[in-house]
Design a protein around this ligand. Structure first.
Ligand SMILES: NC(=O)c1ccc[n+]([C@@H]2O[C@H](COP(=O)([O-])OP(=O)(O)OC[C@H]3O[C@@H](n4cnc5c(N)ncnc54)[C@H](OP(=O)(O)O)[C@@H]3O)[C@@H](O)[C@H]2O)c1
Length: 324
């Protein structure tokens, strides 16, 4: 089979598309013939070595995919060959023609979902869902600020927050991404590369600020967002794309009864019943037309290096999907 392989940490061009031994399903695993792979920002962090625990070299990057079951390992009775599934590799392994996935991290793929859409739900959709609901306790009528709102998780978050009855303020680093967020339902948009964006948020909320911030950028964006955070508000930190951590003092929480919650979705979806009910809810939202899967860029798997480069350099709107 062919696979994308990372033999050294570094820039996107360390990725090679080469022949690689086929994997065999171990007990509890299913072997999938890949139809589409969803690229995630964390894949770029693991490739570059910037992730706190990058996989040992060499490794095949990629964590979410859609495809057809080819074989099942011992002890798997939930899936059978021929079935289309959506799956998640724990830290790496998806960018290949054949991929082994633990059956507990796979769900049947609805017939009406094409492969490109299906490869953008498991990690991307669930991250947005758990940021807003499991960690963020979002209530109808609240105002939510979504940072990196034009990205894969961001466009999911915009739509899920709207579906929950919230007012959504999308914040992003380009007017193109903001226009995209608006087409996905954001009512207010602010460009955080422009000075004074947090004052714009305060003006748009009659001086109150936002009740929930779902934050994945860190650095200056994180710091500025504190200026438009309502009393009693909550912030969910689930990423740090800028590479710079946000800094918060006890006073900023204490005066105003604010709270902060971190989210590592990989830990949340270890809870299999919660993962399955969340996936059912997300797939139903797609089926009913409430949510559009935000697939923005589709490239051949052999162009994984180019895909990493586009995502890392902030050039893409929505999700990047790779096709073998
Ligand atoms: N905690 C978890 O379990 C979990 C799971 C999945 C994803 N995540 C995190 O969620 C975030 C979104 O993931 P995604 O895959 O959907 O990626 P994405 O949002 O499509 O891409 C990352 C976005 O971050 C913004 N960004 C700001 N500063 C940046 C910088 N210096 N370099 C690169 N990007 C920068 C860019 O948007 P602008 O140009 O608009 O600023 C870029 O489009 C990432 O931070 C990711 O690590 C966390």
């Amino acid at each position: 089979m062919y696979a994308v392989v990372c033999r050294e940490y570094g820039p996107p061009n360390v990725l090679e598309y080469i022949e690689w031994p086929e994997p065999e399903p171990q007990p509890g695993e299913i072997l999938i013939r890949t139809e589409a792979v969803g690229l995630n920002f964390v894949d770029t962090m693991r490739r570059s070595g910037r992730h706190p625990s990058p996989p040992p070299l060499p490794f095949i990057p990629g964590i979410e995919l859609c495809g057809q079951v080819v074989a099942v390992g011992d002890g798997v009775d939930r899936f059978s060959p021929g079935q289309r599934v959506i799956g998640r590799c724990v830290t790496h392994g998806a960018c290949a023609e054949l991929v082994c996935v633990e059956a507990r991290f796979a769900v049947p793929c609805p017939e009406e979902l094409n492969s490109v859409e299906a490869a953008s739900v498991f990690v991307t959709g669930q991250t947005a869902f758990h940021a807003l609901h499991t960690a963020g306790h979002l209530q109808s009528g609240q105002t939510v600020l979504v940072t990196a709102a034009g990205g894969g998780v961001g466009l999911w978050a915009v739509q899920l927050a709207r579906a929950a009855g919230a007012t959504v303020i999308a914040a992003a680093g380009s007017d193109g991404k903001l226009a995209e967020a608006a087409t996905f339902g954001a009512q207010i948009t602010v460009n955080y590369r422009q000075p004074g964006w947090s004052e714009q948020v305060n003006e748009a909320t009659d001086g109150k600020g936002v009740s929930l911030i779902v934050e994945s950028v860190g650095g200056e964006v994180f710091q500025q967002s504190l200026n438009c955070w309502a009393a009693g508000g909550r912030m969910v930190i689930y990423g740090e794309a800028s590479g710079t951590p946000g800094v918060l003092t006890g006073d900023q929480l204490l005066f105003g009864n604010r709270s902060v919650q971190g989210l590592a979705v990989g830990t949340v979806i270890e809870n299999e019943p919660l993962m399955r009910s969340t996936m059912e809810a997300l797939l139903e939202l797609i089926r009913s037309g409430t949510v559009r899967v935000p697939t923005g860029t589709v490239l051949p798997l052999r162009e994984a290096a180019q895909a990493h480069s586009l995502l890392e350099s902030r050039q893409v709107k929505g999700k990047v999907v790779l096709l073998p």
